[in-house]
Write a protein that binds this ligand. Structure first.
Ligand code: DAK
Length: 255
């Protein structure tokens, strides 16, 4: 099994489990990842954590050996499969956290960037080195990297293929935080900072931010007005505001 789907308390955990090849993404692994994401979508997990097996790599990218000698249409289908699989993360009802426990290159960084949040160990190294192979990122890197860190920095990283260390990644906003200790435990501690809040409210907030990123600001503001109004229709909103007035901790029921 090259993907492990497990449960840690209220969290789903996907571990890319191919450490001998630094957890490189074969097409079979991408398909298994898609199946795992479908399963998580209908589960009651409060958040998803994705990490890599071993202490060396989160994921060293697409399986370079498998990418060779495929015809044009097979490559196009491959890019579409990777993009569609990673896009499933956006549609999950819960947030996702990439616990980057080592190398995250090419498709590995693209997977991490498709998650809601990225945490990295201080020794992690990241990059889009496809250009060094005569290639261009194909699983969302040219789109998600500039959205996260801006056009100029993204172009530099994609066109030079250079490696970004964890400290720089944090400084430029490619990762949210650096983590110490066990990466899964650290990701769980991070997820607990939001996971007790109302799932509908968390979902509306994620949607307002991510959907509006693709829209002009006047449309983004309309999306925000609609979703923030919708939040008032939940009983969790009534509970949250009542608890404030009654000076007690709210009990959210995801309704
Ligand atoms: N693919 C396959 N095997 C890989 C791999 C990868 N991406 N990365 C590492 N491995 C394998 C190595 O071949 C080696 O296997 P053996 O030789 O022992 O059998 C084993 O993992 C250990 O690797 P190293 O011996 O190289 O370990 P080091 O610590 O010395 O170096 C490294 C670690 C991460 C610096 C190095 O392994 C490395 O540079 N790896 C490649 C990183 C990379 O270039 N990633 C980006 C790949 S391209 C598409 C369009 C584009 C793409 C995909 C699809 N379509 C249109 C369909 C592009 C996607 C990419 O991600």
């Amino acid at each position: 099994m090259s993907i492990e789907l497990t449960r840690r308390d209220e969290f789903a955990v996907i571990t890319l489990n191919r450490p001998k090849a630094l957890n490189a993404l074969s097409f079979a692994i991408i398909e298994s990842l898609g199946d795992a994401l479908d399963e998580i979508a209908s589960s009651d997990a409060r958040a998803l954590i994705i990490t890599g097996a071993g202490d060396k790599a989160f994921c060293a990218g697409a399986d370079i050996k498998e990418l060779r000698n495929r015809d044009l249409m097979a490559q196009k289908r491959g890019a579409e499969l990777g993009q569609a699989t990673f896009a499933k993360l956006d549609r999950l009802p819960m947030a996702s956290v990439a616990a980057i426990n080592g190398y995250a290159f090419g498709g590995g960084l693209e997977l991490a960037m498709a998650c809601s949040f990225r945490l990295a160990v201080p020794t992690a190294k990241m990059g889009q080195p496809e250009i060094k192979l005569g290639l261009v990122p194909g699983y969302g890197g040219t789109q998600r990297l500039p959205r996260l860190i801006g056009e100029a920095r993204a172009l530099e990283i994609i066109m030079t293929g250079r490696t970004v260390d964890a400290a720089e990644a944090e400084r430029i906003g490619l990762v949210n935080r650096l983590i110490e200790g066990d990466p899964i435990e650290a990701a769980i501690a991070f997820a607990r900072e939001f996971s007790t809040f109302s799932l509908p409210a968390l979902g509306f907030a994620r949607d307002a931010v991510t959907r509006a990123l693709d829209a002009p600001i006047h449309e983004g503001l309309k999306i925000e007005a609609d979703l923030s109004t919708l939040a008032f229709q939940t009983s969790d909103a009534a509970e949250g505001m009542a608890a404030f007035e009654e000076k007690r901790t709210p009990v959210f029921r995801d309704a």
